[in-house]
Design a protein around this ligand. Structure first.
Ligand SMILES: [Zn+2]
Length: 373
């Protein structure tokens, strides 16, 4: 939960900065919506359904209809567009039990979804904006990734003209950004072309995480409109996109990627305070209190074990910082800093250490772990 909440805090900050509004839509929605969206006919096998007051409902496997309802909740004009609606949506999909796999494939997960409603002229810039945002996320964790563009499948809906315009917009956006990509001819969804982002984990496996999917069909099926500059009604185009993909899968990949040695900003425990003997329990308690007050995730190891043993355990637990405290530290308000990154970092004033670690966390810095004896 610490990892999840920390990632979601970052998600909120990132999306606010990129002009998204956050929405939250119900988990259970009426059958009629799923019929309109096409899921009832094409995806029902993977959906959990229920009957309430003699009516069919389904637990959402995707967040799209909810996003569409929010779009429809008031009249829209071209001035409202692009409208970027982000949703951390809890979705359920009935995967076969044999296909479930750790955190990588689960039946219930949180998608960092967003639906963008826009005019045809805005497609290219919006795609670029989303690709930049996804790049920022992956770069932050030091992931390498590759991009695939999937084009019109044989069995598809929509006019040749729409498909051509959409595919060119995706291609143009990738070219503008100088992002290399592979083309999967005929591998798009029946309702539009898409760009997929595949992350490589520490053992070389690739996982599809981010997607940018263009869609003309859902706006058509739900009869979405906006009033253009010409005073006439027009149909918006939609982007479905995720950056992390499934938060649970992303956490699985992060655990592998860092082999449990998370950067300080993500680490469930950021600092462990180690009194060298029971005599210094009180001072260790004061240090711990000050750390917590400053918003640092910290704990103290007050057991009457040898200090060498406590250090070894903290190191095995891959805790970024250990603060060793004894007589000299107590007298002078100091802490002896040992880190996973540099080993012995010497004595510092507690306030000096706090200022440093707060800066490292705020910058989401990744320090290289030192391989020790
Ligand atoms: Zn969607």
């Amino acid at each position: 939960m610490v990892l999840k909440n920390t990632l979601l805090d970052y998600w909120h900050e990132l999306h606010e900065r990129n002009g998204y509004q956050e929405i939250s839509t119900p988990v259970i929605l009426n059958r009629s919506l799923w019929e309109t969206s096409g899921h009832w006919d094409h995806y029902k096998e993977n959906m959990y359904t229920t009957v309430i007051d003699d009516q069919d409902y389904a637990v959402k496997p995707m967040n799209c209809p909810g996003g569409v309802l929010v779009y429809q909740s008031e009249p829209r004009s071209y001035r409202d567009l692009p409208l970027r609606l982000g949703e951390l949506g809890l979705v359920h999909r009935h995967e076969k039990s044999g296909q479930l796999h750790g955190l990588m494939r689960v039946r219930c997960f949180t998608q960092d979804d967003a639906h963008i409603f826009m005019t045809p002229e805005q497609i290219r810039e919006e795609i670029k904006g989303v690709a930049r945002l996804i790049d920022e996320v992956y770069s932050l964790f030091g992931f390498s990734y590759h991009v695939e563009l999937s084009t019109r499948p044989e069995d598809s809906m929509g006019s040749d003209q729409d498909w051509e315009m959409a595919t060119e917009a995706l291609r143009g956006a990738l070219d503008d950004l100088g992002l290399p990509y592979e083309v999967n001819e005929g591998d798009g969804a029946f309702y539009g072309p898409k760009i997929d982002f595949h992350l490589q984990d520490s053992i070389g496996r690739t996982w599809q995480c981010g997607t940018i999917q263009l869609d003309f069909q859902l706006p058509l099926r739900f009869g979405l409109e906006y009033i253009g500059a010409d005073g006439e009604k027009h149909r918006p185009i939609m982007i479905h996109r995720v950056a992390f993909g499934s938060i649970e899968r992303f956490i699985g990949i992060l655990i592998e990627h860092f082999a449990g040695a998370f950067p300080t900003w993500l680490a469930p425990v950021q600092v462990r305070v180690l009194p060298i003997s029971e005599k210094y329990q009180d001072y260790a308690g004061q240090v711990l209190g000050r750390l917590k007050e400053a918003g640092i995730r910290a704990e103290a190891d007050g057991r009457s074990e040898k200090i060498g043993y406590k250090i070894r355990e903290a190191r095995l637990a891959k805790i970024p910082y250990m603060l060793v405290v004894g007589a000299k530290e107590e007298e002078q308000g100091l802490v002896s800093v040992r880190s996973r990154f540099a080993g012995d970092e010497g004595q510092q004033q507690l306030e000096e250490f706090l200022a440093e670690i707060k800066k490292e966390i705020a910058e989401k810095r990744i320090r290289e772990t030192k391989t020790e004896e």
